[in-house]
Design a protein around this ligand. Structure first.
Ligand SMILES: C[S@@+](CC[C@H](N)C(=O)[O-])C[C@H]1O[C@@H](n2cnc3c(N)ncnc32)[C@H](O)[C@@H]1O
Length: 271
């Protein structure tokens, strides 16, 4: 039923279907249609990739969520334009990192990115955190993914081996921020490096179970209470090792762990 308020809005409302959103029967019908469309889309994806999905807890879901703040955040979009050619991450995930770093990367602390690839994310965080006196530790093997194990169904090592220290140096120039560029397998690569400022915010984007687990262990030991770590690849179609590790983390009573359903697990250190 259309409310008296809507009726008073005249002809605009005659064409407006949104009051149906309040009718449960219509909502259920619409959801069934959406299910059909998404199942079809998922089949198309599999045909394109020549891969048949057998796991029951994977698929495409159109979440009934329509707020896309990255479309209108001007500062984010200005910064995004500067770094977009140096990251594999989609705009939605980049927005999370830009937005959260503004609050959780505290003054006079350290930011760590494990798995920086060409350095775009670290550049974006630097652009959003000017004048906070941050030490940046931007880490990668620069020879691709490592530590794949039986927990990772798809990664075999060496994927994404097309980034170099020079790419990250280009990003330093673009964003006007000096980084500590750490080359090697993290956290072993940090052996000779000492933080003078504790870690308050970090991004872990490493694709495999062991690399994610080792990175988290090291970062939690070197961060402040209240630190936030964003674990990428959680729930990714082909990063099941990281998803398994993320699910283990949910049981840790020292942490609050929340998936944002954009492919990131937000980890908040409470103890
Ligand atoms: C998907 S890419 C990262 C993408 C990047 N964060 C971006 O925004 O474009 C994964 C990266 O993790 C790196 N990597 C994986 N395991 C690592 C480890 N244990 N130590 C250092 N780098 C690692 C790989 O070399 C690769 O560059």
């Amino acid at each position: 039923m259309v409310s008296p308020h809507l009726k008073s809005m005249g002809s605009v409302v005659r064409f407006c279907l949104w009051p149906q959103m309040f009718d449960l029967k219509k909502v259920i019908k619409a959801r069934k249609k959406l299910d059909l469309i998404t199942s079809f889309l998922f089949k198309l994806f599999q045909i394109n990739l020549r891969y048949k999905e057998k796991r029951k807890d994977y698929g495409i879901e159109i979440f009934e969520y329509f707020y896309l703040p990255w479309k209108t955040d001007e500062k984010f979009n200005q910064n995004y334009e500067l770094i977009k050619n140096y990251t594999l991450n989609p705009k939605s995930r980049l927005f999370t990192l830009h937005d959260m770093s503004k609050r959780y990367l505290t003054e006079n602390s350290s930011f760590v990115e494990v798995g920086c690839w060409k350095g775009g994310v670290s550049g974006l965080v630097a652009l959003g955190s000017k004048n906070k006196d941050i030490d940046f530790f931007v880490c990668d093997t620069f020879s691709g993914v490592t530590n794949s194990s039986a927990k990772d169904s798809f990664f075999k090592d060496s994927e994404y081996n097309d980034a170099s220290v020079n790419d990250v140096k280009e990003i330093e120039k673009i964003v006007g921020q000096k980084f500590n560029i750490v080359k090697g397998v993290f956290p072993g690569s940090m052996e000779k490096i000492k933080f003078t400022k504790p870690v308050s915010f970090a991004h872990v984007d490493v694709d495999t179970y062991i690399s994610a687990k080792d990175s988290l262990k090291y970062l939690l030991a070197n961060s402040i209470k209240g630190a936030v770590i964003v674990l990428d690849d959680y729930g990714g179609w082909f990063t099941d090792g990281v998803t398994k590790f993320g699910n283990e983390l949910k049981l840790d009573k020292n942490l609050v762990v929340i998936p944002n359903h954009l492919g990131q697990l937000i980890i908040y250190k409470i103890k």
